[in-house]
Design a protein around this ligand. Structure first.
Ligand code: FDA
Length: 391
């Protein structure tokens, strides 16, 4: 049977990075990837420009049953370390907002850099992993191209998001087979879906973006909210989706930093001959201002004619819009998978299974999920680096 020092399952962000680390140690490394190309999610990420890290990386930007678990790996390989690597490869980049770093050119530059770093490591495409078992030398990996014996196996097959791109749940099956616990998985960074009565407001406003704030379940985000034909989307919705559970209400502030009730009353006090919608439009896109005024029955109403109760209601509608998503678009469009390999069963410094020496889990399959904004790739690099150092 063919022998290798390290077999890495999955040629995505974490697997390719880890292969580079292992190859640099002079080990015989084989990477098995069932797709026709490696790093497909890198290629489409960040709108084709790959948001490859975030300068604000810190453990509080990650969700996990054990929020402290990721700290060691993130400290061992920081965002700056990846930036240095990108600089050495001569890849131009820019900061968009909030520490998010993107390639100036194409995301494929990052893939090329990772492939080059892999040196002698053997990347086998169109090769599906079907199972892992214990063998004399450590492990035996079964694949569509036969068996390989290895001292160390790294599971880097990602989560369940976007099955059309090759995502499988095999990491969780391998973990369970070796006695590791798996935290229940669910889609994260995913558009939410809404009931028909909410769509009545959203659909005519499709295309409008507004700065909004949502706090929920321990997360608080202020970013763009996008009205679409399917409801609400945009970064603020994707971010909060990771904290949202079915059945929860969301409360959205459509004018963060503005007390709309106070503002309406202040303007009324100054004469108030102006239309209600005109005052709202000082802080909201005009079409949205008119739609909200119409919704509370004040389509053409003058501010001067409104009593406190009406203005309280309208102000609350702007600053505390309560609605209940009916679901999410699921793994079909989710950028990440929440949950995964239970960190209690992994060593935080090496990503090695505590009770199965030689078996490692890295990247998205682990119960560590970042916010939107480059954090998930930084976790892929950092966890891969931690494992690579331990070979
Ligand atoms: P990843 O999914 O990258 O790799 C796993 C690999 O294993 C895949 O290549 C898969 O084909 C392979 N595989 C699975 N089962 C197999 C089997 N049985 N046999 C062989 N191979 C198998 N993050 C970020 O930080 N910045 C960003 O800009 C974006 N943008 C973005 C856009 C979109 C559309 C998505 C879907 C996701 C993002 N992300 C992101 C998230 C990011 O892509 C994700 O967190 C990382 O790719 C995770 O890296 P992994 O290597 O763990 O999994």
């Amino acid at each position: 049977m063919e022998q290798a020092d390290v077999v890495i399952l999955g040629g995505g962000a974490a697997g390719l990075f880890c292969a580079g680390e292992a190859a640099a140690r002079g080990l015989k490394v084989v990477v098995l990837e069932h797709a026709a190309r490696a790093g497909e999610k890198i290629r489409i990420s960040g709108g084709g420009r790959c948001n490859f890290t975030n300068l604000a990386t810190a453990r509080d930007r990650f969700l996990s049953e054990n929020p402290r678990f990721c700290a060691s790996a993130l400290a061992g390989f920081a965002a700056r370390d990846f930036v240095d690597m990108v600089d050495r490869a001569g890849i131009a980049w820019h900061e968009k907002t909030m520490g998010q770093l993107f390639c100036d050119g194409k995301a494929t530059q990052i893939i090329d850099m990772l492939l080059q770093r892999m040196g002698e490591a053997d990347l086998r495409l169109r090769t599906a992993v079907t199972g892992v078992s214990r063998g004399q030398a450590g492990f035996v990996v079964d694949s569509s191209a036969g068996q390989i014996a290895a001292r160390q196996v790294v599971v880097a097959t990602g989560g369940k998001s976007i099955p059309k791109m090759g995502a499988t749940g095999i990491a969780y099956d391998i973990a369970a087979q070796f006695g590791l616990r798996v935290v229940e998985t669910r889609p994260g960074l995913v558009p939410l879906t809404f009931a028909e009565q909410d769509l009545d407001l959203c659909r005519p406003l499709a295309g409008i973006a507004v700065d909004a704030e949502i706090a929920h379940g321990g997360g608080r985000f202020r970013d763009a909210l996008l009205f679409t034909h399917r409801g609400l989307s945009g970064p603020v919705i994707l971010q909060i989706s990771s904290y949202w559970q079915p059945g929860d209400d969301l409360v959205i502030d459509l004018a963060p930093g503005v007390d709309m009730t106070a503002r309406l009353k202040e303007w009324r006090g100054q004469g108030g001959r102006v239309a209600v919608a005109t005052v709202l439009a000082r802080d909201l896109p005009e079409r949205l201002a008119h739609a909200l005024a119409a919704e509370v029955g004040l389509a053409d109403a003058r501010l001067a004619d409104q009593n406190n109760k009406t203005l309280d209601r309208l102000g609350a509608r702007v600053n505390r819009w309560r609605l209940r998503p009916v679901g999410s678009e699921g793994y079909r469009t989710a950028e990440v998978t929440l949950g995964g390999i239970d960190t209690r069963d992994l060593d935080a410094r090496t990503m090695q299974a505590r009770d199965v020496p030689g078996l490692f889990f890295i990247g998205e399959c682990v119960d560590v999920t970042g916010w939107l904004g480059g954090y998930n790739f930084q976790w892929a690099w950092a966890s891969a680096y931690a494992a690579g150092r331990a070979f």
